[in-house]
Design a protein around this ligand. Sequence first.
Ligand code: HEM
Length: 241
Amino acid sequence: MSTSKSTVLNFLSKYKMVLIHVAALASGLLLLIQYLTGSLNAYPIQEITFRTGKTALILLMISLSMTPLKTITGWSWTATVRKWAGLYAFFYAFSHMLVFVWWDYGFAWQYILPQIFSKRYLLVGASAIVILFLMAFTSYQWWVKRLGRGWTYLHRFVYVAGVLVVLHYAWVQKGDLFTLQGNVLQPFLFALYFILLMVLRIPFIRRKIVQSRRARARTNQPQNGPVVVRRTRPSSGAQGE
Ligand code: HEM
């Protein structure tokens, strides 16, 4: 590995937590500052709804990208990013929903519930938020121990949330993902990316990628060179499996 590449990896590995928090909170902080200084557009509720929704979607995709990234690179710190990006995705999705039910409708459930059940984009969005809530609520070690294998099964629902969120986005755009009508380019690209992530998770493909990564690592090792014993700290894990 070249020196500059390993410097970047060491930096990412060392400061990952700071980077995750700064990157995830920056969008919300900017939105808050713009709102307080009155520099949002003429329809602040709509703009805040769009931006919190988009941030939640991007963070969810980042979280879902971490396991395939680990398959390809072997970096073990991806698990921390996966957890925190998922928690922040829930935070933004929850704020997004609050803008709708609180700011827009003042918690008038007699209007909110019929809206949700009559519009498909709201129905899939609401279902996604229930799943994201369950993921966030059970993301702590206590739940991992308490639920055992059930925890793994429960957390697979995040893929269902991914599908629902992409549909929500596509249907908000008044387009149709299946017939590609309307303003669906961005949702379509998100859908393609999501499908790619799912393909990379197929056990057979995953095994092939890991095997070729290991084979490459073996051929990159110096032939007949001195035997180097590398000591790795489990937490730094830039090279780990
Ligand atoms: C109860 C749950 C939810 C409600 C009530 C809701 C509501 C809305 C509303 C009202 C809009 C704007 C529609 C328009 O003005 O045409 C919207 C857009 C959007 N929502 Fe949601 N949503 C929910 C869940 C989610 C979740 C879980 C995510 C992502 C994780 C999400 C991501 C988005 C995105 C990306 C947009 C479009 C933003 C854009 O066009 O730039 N929503 N949602």
